[in-house]
Design a binder for this molecule. Structure first.
Ligand SMILES: Cc1cc2nc3c(=O)[nH]c(=O)nc-3n(C[C@H](O)[C@H](O)[C@H](O)COP(=O)(O)OP(=O)(O)OC[C@H]3O[C@@H](n4cnc5c(N)ncnc54)[C@H](O)[C@@H]3O)c2cc1C
Length: 404
């Protein structure tokens, strides 16, 4: 049996390990720097909405399925103070606190025969592992990559983070109906995402601010303790998001636990997801190679998609030694998806182009258009189609007509 080392046990490492184990064809060892107990006791790091396709993979792989917790059936969109529409998701999404999710998956994988080795992997350790394994997959997330994958300039257009992320898991927010992800866009200032989620301590509402650096929502700097974070979030919501503030129950408003908040700024970057180390093929999966700002909530979903395609590459491509051709075959399978997600995510951080604003406004009066926009989150190819291909087609058409 071929031996595969997976570096990291976040969404990418876990979805990949399940897919590899399920194929029955590989011996899998996960090298990761946090034990399940450390993950469980740690800080939140995401809002982790998994849309329909990622959830379908979880079911197909036999991953733990959280029956409890809110099923997210819709996407609510508000621009400025105006609620524009609620679009329906064909398959409900779900957000389960990664601390509970990762803990349970790691334990379950161990029971299924996957070995876990705890400790940090650096370049030297990578060289050693390359001598011992047939393939390494770098799933080290945004702290990675560990392997020297080349960065792709045209998919990494910005050189500084375009947003500052401040997210907390709160009690005391009355959920919107129908249950779903609520997005409020304040043009020029940033966005508030409201996400019903499940934690080990029960249901919560995640309030997640994406602030334009230096703008009016960029007010979380220097906050380290949970009480100050709660108070600052309350003040921001009261001042800038009155429709959400109206649903905050002041008496019960608070973080679900003292590590239930995160502050981070993501510098998006995309790397070609294959290279060799000491002659051994190393592939990349997840944020280590496709790191986007979370504005479109796609990182876990992309990691899950790429993990599936990686295993398909290993099992469906012609049998032969694993080498750069295998890497190229994997990249060929995921390139379109990665491009669509990346361009959509980067576009959402700039001023929205007129045709995108037009689509949002049209959705206010047309439920089918609203559902189509909700569908972008489950199938980023449709977002790309609507925001880039259709727009280019319309421009070309106008130019052709103008030229006649
Ligand atoms: C605020 C915020 C909100 C988000 N919301 C969403 C959302 O709603 N939906 C969505 O799909 N995505 C969302 N994302 C993005 C999503 O969280 C990430 O894309 C996803 O978790 C990436 O998974 P990963 O496995 O690649 O990385 P990670 O989950 O970061 O896992 C990396 C793993 O590698 C380990 N590791 C790192 N370095 C080393 C090393 N040197 N040696 C050994 N182990 C190492 C880590 O301990 C960890 O186990 C959000 C991100 C942020 C910041």
């Amino acid at each position: 049996m071929k031996r595969i080392a997976v570096l990291g046990s976040g969404t990418a490492g876990l979805h990949l390990s399940y897919a590899l184990v399920n194929s029955g064809a590989f011996q899998v060892t996960v090298y990761t720097d946090r034990t399940p107990e450390e993950v469980k006791r740690g800080r939140v790091s995401s809002t982790q909405v998994h849309f329909g396709p990622a959830r379908a993979r979880e079911a197909a792989y036999g991953m733990p399925l959280w029956e409890a917790g809110p099923e997210l059936e819709s996407i609510h969109v508000t621009v400025g103070g105006q609620k524009l529409f609620t679009g329906g998701l064909v398959h409900p999404a779900k957000s389960v606190d990664q601390r509970a999710y990762f803990f349970r998956c790691m334990k379950d994988l161990e029971a299924k025969g996957v070995s876990f080795v705890y400790g940090r992997v650096d370049e030297e350790r990578l060289q050693e592992l390359a001598r011992a394994y047939d393939l390494i997959v770098d799933c080290s997330g945004k702290r990675g990559p560990i392997a020297p994958f080349p960065q792709i300039g045209e998919l990494s257009p910005v050189t500084t983070p375009q947003r500052k992320c401040s997210a907390g898991y709160f009690h005391g927010v009355v959920p919107l109906e129908p249950a779903g992800v609520s997005i409020t866009i304040l043009p020029g200032a940033g966005e508030l995402f409201e996400i019903p989620a499940l934690t080990a301590l029960g249901p919560v509402t995640i309030l997640f601010i994406e602030s334009v650096p230096g703008g009016p929502l960029d007010v979380f700097g220097g906050i380290k303790d949970p009480e100050s974070f709660r108070d600052r979030m309350r003040a921001v919501v009261d001042r800038h998001f009155p429709a959400v503030a109206a649903r905050v129950d002041g008496e019960h408003f608070g973080l679900c636990d003292e590590r239930g908040f995160v502050q981070i700024a993501v510098q998006p970057a995309v790397h070609r997801p294959y290279c060799t180390v000491g002659g051994t093929l190393v592939l990349g999966c997840g944020d280590s190679v496709v790191l986007n700002d979370p504005i479109t909530g796609q990182g876990c979903n992309t990691a899950s998609y790429c993990a599936e395609q990686l295993v398909r590459t290993l099992t469906e491509e012609p049998v032969g030694p694993w080498d750069e051709r295998t890497g190229e075959a994997y990249w060929k399978r995921i390139r379109d998806y990665v491009t669509e997600v990346t361009q959509w995510s980067n576009a959402m951080m700039g001023p929205l182009p007129d045709h995108a604003v037009g689509r949002l406004m049209a959705a206010a009066a047309d439920p089918a258009a609203a559902d189509r926009i909700a569908g972008w989150f489950a199938d980023p190819a449709t977002a790309y189609e609507d925001l880039f291909r259709s727009a280019a087609g319309t421009k070309e058409q106008a130019e052709r007509q103008g030229g006649l």
